[in-house]
Design a protein. Structure first.
Length: 170
């Protein structure tokens, strides 16, 4: 299978579209583990379900914009272990606490460190990384340099790095 690699500055519309595609793909074919690493993280809108387009992926979702915590909770309920790495900051606390409540801390692992600067999402079939924090400004306002990679070699290398740093299974 050929590798798909994107490296560019994305417009404020392209980043949300790519994230929606990544998470829709995960809901269709969930990874064993997903690592979401970001110094700053908020419960951002990830999937536009205002037309009930994605009812078949999760019948309990309302006709609204689906937030990151909802998507991660659905994935955790389907057996994906979610690893979140972020800074121990008050900005991140509400998202982390909401996620832990929604998942009952089942299949959800939180790692905090003051020095965190890495940003990205890693699943079984993709690696998305770059300068973007998982906040409203990070995905909709700021111009970001990001990469999206499906190369098995790159994913395997990143899984080793992420597993050693934040836990998980290879």
């Amino acid at each position: 299978m050929p590798s798909r690699y994107i490296h560019s500055r994305l417009s404020s519309r392209q980043v949300p579209d790519l994230l929606q595609t990544i998470f829709i793909s995960e809901l269709i074919n969930p990874s064993q583990c997903i690592w979401l690493v970001s110094p700053w993280i908020s419960d951002i809108s990830i999937i536009d379900n205002t037309a009930n387009t994605f009812l078949c992926l999760e019948p309990l979702w309302c006709r609204e914009r689906i937030r990151l915590s909802q998507v991660l909770t659905t994935l955790a309920s389907r057996g994906t272990t979610i690893y979140i790495a972020t800074r121990p900051d008050t900005h991140n606390r509400s998202f982390i606490e909401a996620l832990q409540v929604k998942t009952n801390s089942i299949n959800c692992r939180i790692h905090t460190t003051e020095e965190l600067h890495t940003k990205g999402i890693l699943g079984d079939g993709f690696y998305f990384a770059g300068s973007m924090n998982f906040t409203y400004n990070g995905i909709t306002i700021n111009e970001e340099a990001v990469t999206y990679e499906t190369s098995a070699e790159v994913i395997a290398e990143q899984k080793l790095i992420f597993t050693n740093r934040w836990g998980g299974v290879i």
